[in-house]
Design a protein around this ligand. Structure first.
Ligand code: CA
Length: 217
């Protein structure tokens, strides 16, 4: 999953980006509103963490401009515990909000929920055939037995499962799951899918020649 963080406080931005990368998200950052809106419109993020008080465009203006074009899930960060702010944010099309200072674990949980809801999936556990995918612990099991996945393999499988019934291109996988700073090549997606298939069986993920991969519904 690729996340954009728009936050002008350098230490918070750094810590958030680090924490999200540790959770295997691909992370882009913007330290002001003008850079934030350019990136938010330019790339199809799986979610955006958006601070309200920013130099340049503020969080409200970014949200308003974004919503004219895109439905990207947005988690607003507000410094004030003001009902007015929360109502304004939700009215303006924010999907959720957190009041600073917030607990990192709560931010991660809310992001996971936003991403799942955007995929039409309310539960934190995904079931596909005989596999159970727990998005909280990022684990995969079959008949109660855990299957060992690397972080990358897990991220690819979760992304394909959240987009069940759609053909997912290698480029989409690369853009949503691999960080800008990653120097790995996109054809490594094939290597990861090969090793996922060895673990879950060859029939779960179909290859659509010249298009990408698909998990049938
Ligand atoms: Ca700020």
């Amino acid at each position: 999953m690729r996340i954009l963080i728009v936050e002008d406080e350098p230490r918070l931005l750094h810590n958030l980006a680090k924490a999200l990368r540790e959770e295997s998200y691909a992370v882009d950052t913007a330290a002001d509103g003008d850079d934030g809106i350019v990136k938010a419109l330019d790339c199809d993020y799986d979610a955006i963490v958006l601070d309200v008080m920013l130099p340049g465009l503020d969080g409200w203006q970014i949200l308003e401009r974004l919503r004219r074009k895109k439905k990207t899930p947005v988690l607003m960060l507000t410094a004030r515990d003001a009902t007015r702010d929360r109502v304004r944010g939700l009215d303006a099309g924010a999907d959720d909000y957190l009041i600073k200072p917030f607990d990192l674990a709560e931010l991660l949980a809310r992001l996971r929920a936003l991403i799942r809801r955007a995929a039409g999936q309310a539960e934190s556990t995904l079931t596909v055939r005989d596999l159970v995918i727990d998005t909280r612990s990022r684990t995969v099991s079959r008949n109660g037995e855990a299957i060992a996945f690397t972080a990358r393999e897990y991220a690819i499988l979760e992304y394909l499962v959240l987009h069940r019934g759609e053909v997912v291109t290698r480029t989409a996988i690369y853009e949503h799951l691999f960080d800008e700073s990653d120097d790995t090549l996109s054809n490594l997606v094939d290597v990861h899918v090969f090793s996922i298939r060895k673990k879950v069986g060859p029939e779960l993920i179909a290859t659509r020649r010249g298009q990408g991969y698909c998990i049938e519904t």
